[in-house]
Design a protein around this ligand. Sequence first.
Ligand code: HAM
Length: 428
Amino acid sequence: MSTKLQGLRGMNDLLPDEAERWEAFEAIVRDWLKSYGYRPIRTPIVEATSLFCRGVGEHTDIVEKEMYSFEDRLNGEQITLRPEGTASCVRSVIEHNLLFQQPQRLYYSGPMFRHERPQKGRYRQFHQVGVEALGFAGPDIDAEHIVMCRRLWDDLGLEDVELQLNSLGDAEERARHRSELIAYLQRHEADLDEDGKRRLLTNPLRVLDTKNPALQGIVEGAPQLIAYLGEESLKHFETVQALLREAAVPYRINPRLVRGLDYYNRTVFEWTTSRLGAQATFCGGGRYDPLIAQLGGRPAPACGFAMGMERVMLLWLEGQDTDVPLVSPDVYVVHQGDAALGFAFRAAEQLRSAGFSVVFHCGGGSFKSQMKKADGSRATYAVIVGDDEAAAGVVALKPLREVGEQISVTPERLTELLADRLYGVQPA
Ligand code: HAM
């Protein structure tokens, strides 16, 4: 016998029970996105490696250590499985000129890939729902994003969530802060770890993002970007906060919040929880005004965020008293005999045309074993057809979830009866 193959580490199968929970979650998320006027966009899972190098930033963990990059064997092109969705979304918007005279509110969802060490809530293939608003400059849209997150967490009943907020200012403000930060870090260079030393000059802001507890003292004493913000950036940040207060969304300003991707300016935010252990951040985003021009488009402001679906699902399911109900068919069709097969097959199609969900028994077997399958399918009713029923042009209807008589009806009457019993619809 050949050896059994396994999926890749950090890349999970979603088996039917779990996949149904995902679909229930996705349906809630889609309604929520529609209620704010966001429209879907779908981009490929693989892109040119240079998109993420330029978009996410050469000196980020993602680009330095975590990307799944390959050479396309057929044409030698360097390609990468997308580690995030913003760069792809912006590439597509530029390529198809979607910002011509109109801003865009967009969303996407799907798998992303990062070569990280897998643990609870952290995977190598994970899923994001991402939201991007392109062509909007004002603080109102930043606040809209945060408020819409809060609504989703409320709709899902998430508990113990905290909003952390910061402003990264604009390029000039960051440049002034950067030179002082470099000077400060150079004074502490001997105590920095390897990543810190390497990034001191290339990406000093990211040194503040370190997870190394030994560096916390240095991080705490470092000059804070927020102290370097000019009038415009401060006003933007204050208006975002005023709108959050207006919407009664509590927040905590975290001056050390810098995010792990390089495209941000001004508002950045993260939603965290104490319930997911080390993987505390389940959603993050902010404004990224420089990115569109950086990827070759006409300069336009933008902002957005993405949530990790696995993390939000963990929080959601944990907070529910009862599990998400599994999908169950209305009817399971049981049949035996040659004449019954064709009759039952047609009856099943008629029921589906009338809008019912119907599982047709395939694979033969005794009535008894088929009834067992009907029960296991969680269907509400069994429709039973033998050759006698087929000859008489009727089917037997038997309730599976409550005690009740089995009755004999024509296929037409069956549709009316089920509409009434399952959905309370009386015939016209
Ligand atoms: P990000 O913070 O890198 O931002 O990722 C967003 C969310 O994806 C994280 O908060 C986390 O919940 C989830 N996530 C990230 N890595 C993993 C992983 N290895 N396993 C499970 N979940 C993970 C972005 O990706 C930006 N594109 C967000 C954005 C959109 N900013 C503006 N627009």
